[in-house]
Design a protein around this ligand. Structure first.
Ligand SMILES: [Zn+2]
Length: 420
């Protein structure tokens, strides 16, 4: 009688109210909080692979708490779960109630399972789920001794009791609470697990529509916000120095907290639940003559900044040399740029006495070379040791200067005192 009454009450609650009939404003993704799905008692060849495929297709993370003897029996199944990116936890060796075991037995049941997971070639988490949720201080200590953290649940789907897919879906959806810790217990390793598999698409779609995000468990066993993959794109791939370009940051999935994405224009903050953020990037304008600059926007996207500065104008400086009538005379030829470059600039200074190669190093504005004049080319009068060498670059356009400087050297120009 009471049961019938409850069913009738439930039925009246399911009648749509006028508020439900109104077109609902779309709920912001993730605005209601997180749901962590967990699947126990597997792996099971008839269910687990299908569940992994389904969750992968729907981009839903989950944690599988596996039974050690099942892991040892089918390590390939375990690898399949691991390679699909799902977390794996410890559910003891043979699903025993740990509270009814000695501490040594409990430790053994946990350690053997952890070893079986390692033997299967996967890296298990440090999370352990006590079978039946049976945990006491002794079990907690046994887990801690094995470096494991117990994880219970807040939502029991009761899927193992033989519920239909629709019943499983309803029991989960009804029990999830906004902004609370939602850890859902379901099974991939029990007789009724095919029903759980069928319940999942509806369950996931409904929770998403209601503004929930699916989550992994962190090291303490609490749902942790999803970490989206980010990409940055520029409106134009090529810009000139000083130009502005709009950068669009995109997340591949929403999350429950703001995401900070580094870009060449600084950090872009994408608010919780949103997928796109934008910013402007202005290519720096500097007086340096540069090759095309590649600015990485991400692993694939690159922004090319073209330099709009003219190439540097090259001048050759006056130089004073002390000439010897007996030894070859060397003169230092100094080349100066009116602006630095981001790469070495080779300059060939041509003189009647030969060419001098001068390299102005990248980022610098001055380079030097040595001109050697053989004995006899300086027509110094007896007793004189000093001559003035005047070096002048020819007229040049900036375009010519970009390739090489051409300077004429008249050697030597000797200034003699009038008194002689
Ligand atoms: Zn279990």
């Amino acid at each position: 009688m009471l049961r019938a009454l409850l069913v009738a009450l439930a039925a009246t609650l399911l009648v749509p109210t006028p508020a439900d009939a109104k077109p609902r404003t779309p709920v912001e993704p993730c605005s209601r909080g997180l749901v962590a799905l967990t699947f126990d008692d597997g792996p099971l060849a008839s269910v687990t692979p299908q569940m992994v495929r389904l969750l992968t297709r729907l981009e839903v993370p989950a944690t599988f708490f596996m039974v050690g003897n099942r892991v040892a029996a089918d390590p390939e199944l375990v690898r399949l779960v691991d390679r699909a990116g799902f977390a794996i936890g410890n559910h003891t060796w043979e699903h025993a109630d740990l509270t009814s075991q000695t501490r040594a037995e409990a430790r053994q049941a946990l350690a053997d399972t952890q070893q079986a997971l390692l033997d299967a070639g996967v890296q298990p988490t440090d999370l352990a789920r006590p079978p039946y949720g049976a945990v006491d201080d002794r079990v907690r200590r046994a887990m801690a001794s094995e470096g494991l953290v117990p994880v219970l649940w807040t939502v029991d789907s009761r899927d193992w009791t033989g519920l239909t897919p629709k019943q499983i879906e309803r029991s989960v959806v009804a029990a999830v609470r906004p902004h609370r810790t939602n850890v859902v217990l379901q099974h991939d390793g029990v007789t009724n697990s095919p029903a759980t598999l069928k319940a999942l698409p509806g369950e996931i779609a409904t929770l998403r529509e209601r503004g929930y995000c699916f989550a992994d468990l962190d090291a303490a066993g609490n749902p942790t916000p999803p970490v989206p993959r980010t990409s940055v794109r520029a409106d134009h791939q090529r810009i000139a120095e000083g130009d502005r370009v709009r950068l669009t940051v995109r997340l591949d999935r929403p999350t429950t907290r703001a995401t900070r994405v580094p870009t060449p224009a600084g950090i872009v903050r994408v608010p919780a639940g949103e997928l796109v953020g934008r910013t402007w990037f202005r290519a720096p304008q500097d007086p340096v003559d540069e090759a095309v600059e590649r600015i990485a926007l991400g692993p694939r996207a690159v922004l090319r900044v073209l330099d709009d500065d003219p190439a540097p104008v090259v001048t050759v400086e006056d130089t004073t040399v002390t000439a010897s009538p007996l030894l070859p005379t060397t003169a230092t030829i100094t080349v100066r740029l009116d602006r630095p470059r981001d790469r070495d600039l080779p300059v060939v200074v041509r003189t009647p006495l030969g060419a001098v190669d001068v390299v102005v190093p990248a980022r610098e504005r001055v380079g030097t070379g040595t001109l050697t004049a053989p004995v006899g080319t300086t027509r110094l009068r007896a007793g004189e040791t000093t001559a003035t060498l005047t070096v002048r670059p020819p007229e040049q356009t900036w375009l010519e200067a970009a390739r090489a400087a051409v300077a004429e050297v008249r050697w030597p120009l000797i200034r003699l005192p009038r008194t002689f």
